[in-house]
Design a binder for this molecule. Structure first.
Ligand code: BTN
Length: 284
């Protein structure tokens, strides 16, 4: 059908038809450059919704929710935030479909790199310095402002059919559940104190950077990697860690990471170690 476009909450929606009765509250579709952003009032999880419709979801579409009733985090955790004050959204990318470069299933780390750099650049635009705690948590000082959950659908030929990049960015929330480790938001960090940020605007800025870094992934993957490494949390500093493989604490210095995403850490005794995700825990 001409002009057919996919709407994650309304699979039979097309550009030349009215949106059917909204599932939960109002639905707003906005074009932000090449991105089709759909804002919904409430959904269980933006990642889950895109994955449910993975066969038909458009490349470069974004589902943003004012509230997630069952937001999902890393390691099977919940992602719990206040209603209407933060950004919770998922980006759908089809590797190999313009302007998304081909990303092989075995080499997905660049996706973490470009997603992290897009958030860092956004925060920088608002005057907030931040760093990336490997692999893709964004920190302001020693506090977490943003987490990501990247999930993939493998296509029949074994390639990456769809990448879903779920991003939870704390924007205007000022108090947090005491069970959370070390949360912060743009509005509760020293540089953002007293400010109220416009969620749509912040998302627009972020997607602008995302387009730029997608271009960089295509033209200069090494440059993207080098920029990621230069912005790593605790880079070249001595700190305490736990080696989750043995349970042993140790003092180490982060040297960077490999392009495949292994963390490189120098131990005090001079031995260089490398860690995959979940093999090391930061003592903060
Ligand atoms: C983490 O544990 O750090 C990852 C958090 C990821 C949260 C985002 S919010 C939007 C998207 N939808 C989800 O259910 N989770 C991700």
């Amino acid at each position: 059908m001409k002009n057919k476009t996919f709407c994650p909450t309304h699979p039979d929606y097309t550009m030349d038809r009215q949106i059917p009765v909204p599932v939960q509250g109002e639905v707003q579709i906005v074009m932000v450059g090449p991105w089709k952003v759909e804002w919904v009032e409430e959904i269980d999880s933006t990642n889950s919704q895109i994955l449910r419709y993975s066969d038909v979801v458009d490349n470069m579409s974004v589902l943003a929710a004012r509230f997630q009733s069952a937001g999902r985090g890393q390691r099977g955790n919940r992602w719990i935030v206040q209603k209407g004050v933060n950004l919770t959204f998922s980006i759908a990318l089809r590797p190999g479909k313009d302007p998304v470069p081909d990303i092989k299933a075995a080499g997905q780390f660049p996706l973490s790199e470009l997603s992290s750099l897009s958030v860092l650049s956004t925060l920088r635009d608002y005057g907030i310095p931040s760093s990336v705690k490997w692999p893709n948590d964004i920190y302001i000082g020693d506090r977490k402002v943003c987490g990501m959950l990247i999930e993939n659908k493998i296509s029949q030929d074994g390639g990456l059919g769809l990448c879903v990049v779920g991003i939870g960015l704390n924007v205007n929330q000022r108090s947090f559940d005491p069970s959370l480790m070390n949360p912060v938001s743009m509005a509760s960090c020293p540089e953002g104190a007293g400010r109220v940020f416009d969620l749509e605007e912040v998302l627009g800025v972020l997607l602008g950077h995302y387009s730029r870094y997608l271009g960089m992934l295509a033209s200069s993957p090494q440059g993207l990697h080098d920029e990621y490494v230069s912005k790593m949390y605790r880079l070249c500093e001595w700190h305490e860690y736990t080696d989750c493989r043995s349970g042993a604490p140790f003092e180490g210095k982060i040297l960077g990471c490999t392009p495949q995403g292994l963390l490189r850490v120098l131990r005090r005794d001079g031995e260089e170690l490398s860690f995959a995700f979940k093999e090391i825990s930061y003592i903060i």
